[in-house]
Design a protein around this ligand. Structure first.
Ligand SMILES: Nc1ncnc2c1ncn2[C@@H]1O[C@H](COP(=O)(O)OP(=O)(O)OP(=O)(O)O)[C@@H](O)[C@H]1O
Ligand code: SF4
Ligand SMILES: [Mg+2]
Length: 371
């Protein structure tokens, strides 16, 4: 199917959403204090000997129709956070509010209903699909599970195949091994959309694709978002891709949120030293801008036994005594435009030598002045 035909197919979609509850100003998702510590067992008696603090008190808001990018090094808890949002794993504590309704709470939204309204696309497009099922049936399957007739589910699957740019009569009867990586990921996206979700969580969804295919799938995701009125949580280790797709960006370090704000603010004016180092570490296309010494050295500390105080202090050029004894809190975000970070340098009178006094304005950015 050509791009023009894809666009024509998308234009037919009704963008009004009768399911909207609180209007635009009401966040689509609010996560409050989400926590997941995985127990580690050991010894002859297989006792719990410690915990991996994969997600450790994470709070944030996702506004309707936006793309929230989530970045951070491998193992910082991005996928665990995604699974917590989907309730694929039960949080140790914390709550999730979906368009004003508490998920799994009395008088709130049931986990089952929430799972229909929120869908997920993973990185590994092959293992996400049943190898013994034609891809059209894989897409239709979820619809039949939720009560649709086989004929209606097939029809919906074919329609969605058109929307993701795959001709149903040609690709529908194929098995996953007969498709390329990009085509398989298009099928996975169609499969996620067949239940008409409002939120899609994309966990490294384009990371395994070749660069040219990646760009096509990213553009497809943008179209689908507009035409189905979707909200995305876009998880990726690729900072360039996150910059391209996101409205706001959340930066994670060792299970915690260290910075959140509008994408341009984060990329042009990072506050937290970790965000600045992460951005400075990315490969520049311009050879003159490449740095010899990566600003972010070494691996993150062990999440079983993270450093006291600020978890980034063992790698931070600005660490002082206060950073060792007190954990910096992320200020409550003041709406979708807020740009905040969890660092003592940005808390007036925190005890850090670079922190402003109570009456002085907080520094715009400190991280860039490092060296
Ligand atoms: N089921 C589990 N049991 C024990 N530890 C786990 C489990 N799942 C994840 N972890 C640990 O939790 C931490 C966060 O893992 P997670 O997969 O969420 O990171 P990530 O940011 O998605 O990493 P990547 O970028 O490599 O995908 C890691 O230290 C990981 O080893
Ligand atoms: S709180 Fe201290 S150690 Fe942590 S990022 Fe800020 S300056 Fe660095
Ligand atoms: Mg992951």
């Amino acid at each position: 199917m050509s791009m023009t035909e894809t666009k024509a197919a998308l234009a037919e979609v009704d963008t009004r959403d009768a399911r909207d509850r609180g209007g635009e100003a009401q966040p689509m998702l609010i996560a409050r204090g989400l926590k997941k510590h995985f127990p580690i067992t050991g010894g002859v008696l297989n006792r719990t000997v410690g915990h991996v603090r994969a997600v450790d008190g994470v709070s944030f808001t996702v506004m309707k129709g936006e793309t929230l990018g989530v970045v951070g090094e491998s193992g910082c808890g991005k996928s665990t956070l995604a699974r917590l949002l989907m309730h694929l794993i039960v949080p140790d504590s914390g709550e999730l509010i979906f368009d004003g309704d508490g998920v799994g709470q009395k008088d709130g939204l049931s986990v089952r209903d929430m799972r229909r309204l929120m869908q997920m696309v993973f990185q590994d497009s092959y293992s996400s699909l049943n190898p013994r099922m034609p891809v059209e049936d894989s897409i239709a399957y979820g619809k039949t599970v939720h009560g649709a007739s086989k004929a209606a589910a097939k029809e919906a699957a074919r329609e969605l195949m058109k929307k993701v740019g795959l001709e149903p009569s040609l690709f529908g009867p194929r098995y996953p091994h007969e498709l390329s990586g990009g085509q398989k990921q298009r099928i996975n996206i169609a499969r996620a959309l067949v239940l008409e979700p409002r939120v899609v969580i994309l966990d490294e969804a384009v990371s395994a694709l070749d660069k040219s295919v990646e760009a096509q799938v990213l553009n497809l995701l943008r179209y689908l978002k507009d035409h189905f009125n979707l909200t995305y949580v876009f998880i990726s280790h690729d900072l360039n891709v996150v910059q391209y797709v996101s409205d706001r960006v959340l930066v994670m370090y060792l299970g915690e949120v260290v910075e959140i704000g509008p994408v341009d603010e984060i990329y042009e004016n990072p506050k937290h030293p970790y965000t600045a180092a992460l951005l400075a570490s990315r490969l520049s296309m311009d050879p003159d801008e490449r740095v010899e010494e990566p600003p972010l050295v070494g691996d993150p500390p062990n999440p079983i036994n993270p450093p006291s105080g600020c978890r980034f202090r063992t790698r931070c050029d600005f660490a002082e005594k206060i950073c060792e004894v007190e954990s910096p809190a992320l200020p409550e975000t003041d709406g979708p435009k807020a740009h905040v970070c969890a660092c003592h340098m940005f808390v007036p009178k925190s005890g850090h030598s670079k922190a402003a006094g109570l009456d002085e304005p907080a520094p715009k950015t400190l991280a860039r002045s490092a060296s």
